[in-house]
Design a protein around this ligand. Sequence first.
Ligand SMILES: [Fe+2]
Length: 346
Amino acid sequence: MPNFSSADLVELFRRELELCKVTEGEQLVILAEPSSRSEYVEAAFAAGLALKARVLQAVLPGGSPVPLPSSRTGSGAGLTALDGSPLALSLLQGADMVLDLTNEGFIHTESLGKILRAGTRMLFVADPPEVLARNVPAAEDKARVQAGAALLRAGRELHVVSPHGTDLVADLTDAHPGFQCGIADDPGRWDHWPSTMVLAWPKTSSGQIVLAPGDILLPFKTYVRDEVTLTIENGRIDKIAGRGADARMLELFFEDANDKEARFLSHMGWGLMRNADWFAMALYDRESLMGMDARGLAGNFLFSTGPHPFMDRHTHNHLDIPMRGCTVAIDGHKVVDNGTLVEENA
Ligand SMILES: [Fe+2]
């Protein structure tokens, strides 16, 4: 395993900031909290200077609105300090680019929308150095995910099946197709390094999802061991069946959440990240890893539960569940075939 010294990290961040088109004279804010990886803050600062950007570092107090440890879970609950600080918010709104090195990011917060609407672009980085290095985006990844998003935009329904019995149809009407490619290079754009995925926010879906052994439950960062069948009606998990520990755990999760929004499906889509490692999650301390390898792996099917910004659902109870071996089709056009990514121009 490479030893990422400071010099290696500076070069890594310089390449990434170049992909994000950070140029001379741009205002770059490095956003952190006290427990952020200090070596990332230092490397990003140096990388920004190397590109002759006007670099500023902002450290906000840690602490999130979620009454649980929220480090690299993917719920993106944000820092309460930002919610309470108009000064910090205006700083981020005034930047050309924000490099978000907080532990959890702002993925599902209302603050994020306020920052992006001001024209600031933002890149979130939370995974360990080796994961970042293995998954440095290629410039063409943006076109790849945009092609997938265009299919979703033109499509009427997304159909996912698997040999284990998954058979779900999601309505793509007004489903706000989106993508992540690890590059934030347009004004008002948010992205996440590493990530290469296409997703939509269906307002309704129905059928069943069968989680198979080896699939992954995030944020628990565990591999499914026993099949779990989720019955979906009107975009909501109506029933959880299965005799193993995973079915029981999911049932308890929703019970404990005691949140009527938690059982609804959230975003869904597929991964295009070719260098992703499904087993990275087994090799790192849980708190140190966001798990973007699992979320972005080329040929996965990723669905999630809880928040839905286009239906005004803002719950923090967010599960991301990437699955292997599925076939995903948009109006009959396969984009993933038995767990293998299908790309026309690949
Ligand atoms: Fe998610």
